[in-house]
Design a protein around this ligand. Structure first.
Ligand code: AMP
Ligand code: GLY
Length: 434
């Protein structure tokens, strides 16, 4: 089987690693290609010099190279309709079509869908570009803090938490007049601020049935203790403790969120297949825990994927194919009884300006049972690995003993890697260490 991964970050390196370690891949005459690339991906797949969002380029390549299966990593190509174009060309694709991907690419669509299906989420009002003036009236009625979110894709940055009416006015002006998020912010949602703790949960689905992967927790802020600016994610651990998510809460999430959303999408002729990322806030209410949806994403999360996929024991390639071939109900999903922790190494200055082109040393010193996923690297002319992005590497360690042990192992290995101005958070997983 010829497989192509569209995307080139840490998530895609974790997906590629899961695929090449699958028994079904190793025992067959399969080949893996990836839209270029990173130094890590180039070592395990054949690089293809096409951008992940170049729909025509990817489709032509897939047709000419006889690609059987395309796995789409990021949201942008999905929101542009890559999966539909490939399916029309007779190629199997992991990931939803354009209409289904709107669950991530339009917050207004997602919020209204949740409202209609009775899915718990923060109370909200949506405003399109014509009706944005009504937002200035609405902010007289709301409590603070409140949250203002750009309708469209904004690389995880389209969310502003406002603490007063004047901050809300500034935020609305920055969306509508200054257009800080371009067209993505022409429409927006104002929603109430949810209290609680966040959980990331992936449901792999064929549109009818789904399988849950171990729940995880991201660390979105740049600074220790969850301070400073939002980033793409600075680290993650999995699975969560039963105090954080137990069987009863999981059932609530399935019954109140996952089943209704898949049903509603199907009813609207937007059958959802692929990975549904549920970004949840867990609130303590009347002595129990209640899940609320912060957001849905139409793909695997990053960096959570780098912590979650190494816990999967069963054949990962076959799981992806089961989603495409309507076989999720029969797929037997098994996990290792292990704990995992992923720490992201970033370029100093990220998420603002940073320098690239720094030589990375120590990659060969990392212990064999650790994974190093590449987010922003490449080989230079001297075959040295250099930095190319804000997030550079994700180091994932596993332990059979405890979270504490996985976290400790992870930092032992992080210390072995170096590049100029390398920055990482030293407190990934602090909530499970308390
Ligand atoms: P989103 O892009 O919607 O996931 O939002 C980014 C981050 O903003 C989330 O991971 C939360 O930490 C925070 N956030 C978003 N919406 C809310 C909300 N309604 N209440 C509290 N925090 C939120
Ligand atoms: N880790 C957050 C995301 O993938 O959207």
């Amino acid at each position: 089987m010829n497989i192509l991964i569209a995307g080139n970050g840490g998530r895609e390196h974790a997906l590629a690693t899961g695929i090449i370690n699958s028994e079904s891949f190793r025992s067959s005459n399969s080949r893996l290609y990836c839209t270029s690339g990173s130094a890590g991906l180039d070592l395990i797949s054949k690089p293809v010099n096409i951008k992940p969002s170049d729909i025509q380029g990817i489709t032509s390549f897939a047709e000419s190279e006889k690609i059987d299966f395309v796995v789409v990593g990021p949201e942008l190509p999905l929101s542009l309709g890559l999966a539909d174009v490939l399916r029309d060309a007779g190629i199997k694709v992991f990931g939803p079509g354009k209409l289904a991907a709107e669950i991530e690419s339009s917050k207004i669509f997602a919020k209204e869908l949740m409202n209609d299906a009775g899915i718990p989420t923060a109370k909200f009002r949506s405003f399109n570009s014509e009706k944005f003036k009504e937002a200035f009236e609405y902010i007289n009625e709301i409590k603070f803090p409140s949250v203002i979110k750009a309708d469209g894709l904004a690389a995880g940055k389209g969310v502003i938490i406002v603490n007063s009416k004047s901050e809300a006015e500034n935020a609305i002006n920055s969306f509508t007049k200054e257009k800080i998020f371009g067209e993505a912010g022409a429409g927006f949602v104002i929603e109430s601020y949810l209290q609680g703790y966040e959980v990331s949960l992936f449901a792999v689905t064929d549109g009818e049935n789904y399988l849950l992967l171990p729940p995880s927790q991201d660390h979105k802020r740049i600074g220790e203790g969850d301070t400073g600016k939002n980033t793409g994610g600075m680290g993650a651990y999995a699975p969560l403790l039963t105090e954080q998510i137990d069987g009863e809460l999981t059932k609530k999430i399935e019954n109140k969120i996952i089943k209704p959303v898949l049903r509603e999408m199907k009813n609207r002729d937007r059958k959802y297949t692929g990975c549904l990322y549920c970004g949840l806030m867990i609130a303590e209410e009347n002595g129990g825990k209640e899940p609320y949806v912060i957001e849905f994403n139409c793909r695997f999360g990053d960096p959570e994927t780098q912590a979650v996929l190494p816990l999967i024991k069963s054949d990962f390639l076959d799981l992806l194919l089961a989603s495409v071939e309507n076989r999720i109900e029969k797929y037997k999903l098994e996990f290792y009884d292990k704990y995992s922790c992923c720490v992201i190494l970033s370029s100093g200055g990220y998420p603002d300006g940073y320098e690239t082109g720094k030589t990375i040393t120590g990659l060969d010193n990392v212990s064999d049972d650790c994974f190093v996923f590449h987010s922003g690297t490449k080989f230079n002319e001297d075959k040295q690995v250099i930095t190319t992005g804000g997030r550079v590497l994700g180091v994932t360690a596993l332990s059979e003993i405890s979270h504490k042990d996985a976290i400790g192992k992870c930092y032992e290995n992080v210390k072995l890697i170096n590049f100029e101005n390398c920055y990482f958070r030293r407190d990934i997983g602090y909530r499970v260490l308390k």
